[in-house]
Write a protein that binds this ligand. Sequence first.
Ligand SMILES: C[S@@+](CC[C@H](N)C(=O)[O-])C[C@H]1O[C@@H](n2cnc3c(N)ncnc32)[C@H](O)[C@@H]1O
Ligand code: SF4
Length: 410
Amino acid sequence: MPSVLPEGEPVPADGALPPSAFEGAAARPLGFYLHVPYCATRCGYCDFNTYTASELRSSGGVLASRENYAEALAEEVRLARKVLGDDPRQVSTVFVGGGTPTLLPAADLGRMLAAVRSEFGLAPDAEVTTEANPESVDPAYLAELRAAGFNRMSFGMQSARQHVLQVLDRTHTPGRPEACVAEARAAGFDHVNLDLIYGTPGESDQDWHASLDAAIGAGPDHVSAYALIVEEGTGLARRIRRGEVPMTDDDVHADRYLIAEERLSAAGFSWYEVSNWATDPAARCRHNELYWTGADWWGAGPGAHSHVGGVRWWNAKHPGAYAQALAEGRTPGVGREVLGAEDRRVERVLLELRLADGCPLDILAEAGAKAAARAVRDGLLEPVPYAEGRAVLTLRGRLLADAVVRDLVD
Ligand SMILES: C[S@@+](CC[C@H](N)C(=O)[O-])C[C@H]1O[C@@H](n2cnc3c(N)ncnc32)[C@H](O)[C@@H]1O
Ligand code: SF4
């Protein structure tokens, strides 16, 4: 979730949605994203909407205390129930993200989930994930989460090498994420993800091999591997500007992506989105699939974004402003946009083209369709699915995904 909010039209104080948002809703899955905006320390590369205790104190976030957070969030879930009215859908996925959700007591995460369950009901096969920092959980904590109804864990491993973790300001030690996977399995979690980052300044090809081997060896059923993005305004961007650490280049990122694909596929993982691999279709993150396929989700928490039937809105970014709105009985939503048909088409191309299933050719405009034909000739799109009416990236296309998407979206 980006930390800079877009401009938009105001949200009505009661959060009401236009009738168009409900058209065809019964056919779309409904998910909940629950944001937890707290971290023990801030990692130098991170641009997410999260606050350390001292950042909260210095920005006057009195109302924003961690102790009251689960209750504020449950209040937004109750508001969601009012806004969605008699919408009969049960919730098919819940994803608690951060920040560091596991800085809160497990009972608080359970309380947040219980609010969704009591207001909407969870589908019998609902996927319920929380992100966790490896140093912030232990077997008892994981057992409590499992008992509360969580069934998928996502750990921020990032790297297996101490010097890389240090550049990223991570506080866990090498080996801890792998132990987390074993602890999560022992606690009864069916699905476990490890997040990795490649292209950190100072990381070598050997370091990246070691990180992939350690991740695979731990036995998760899902791996996300992201190229390090140096976000403007972060500590890492400042260190690179001052020349304290080198910048990695695009060629290095491409080489590391190829290494990831080779290692992960040899270990039985298949890509299903450019940065995501799973051991089988049942191990895919259904919550993320819901974002990528334009389904409906309610994002609760400071700065969280929601999307229901082509209406997109976003909440006040600061935890204090967020809690204040809810305490006054107002929506925490501060801006929204109603997407037109062309916006929705563009969005579909942007998101679906990054999926292994690809995007249907018939949603491309004339210039995009010509670009797709060129991309097949250039080896960027797979010829067989293309002949059957779908644009699916080749491995080379995945390396150049942003450029291919830019061409096809026209
Ligand atoms: C919301 S974040 C953090 C979850 C958790 N707090 C943690 O750090 O383990 C989810 C994932 O996004 C990825 N990420 C965050 N900032 C990134 C950046 N600047 N470049 C690449 N990946 C990033 C990391 O892999 C991280 O685990
Ligand atoms: S712990 Fe996770 S969310 Fe918090 S600052 Fe680090 S990367 Fe960002």
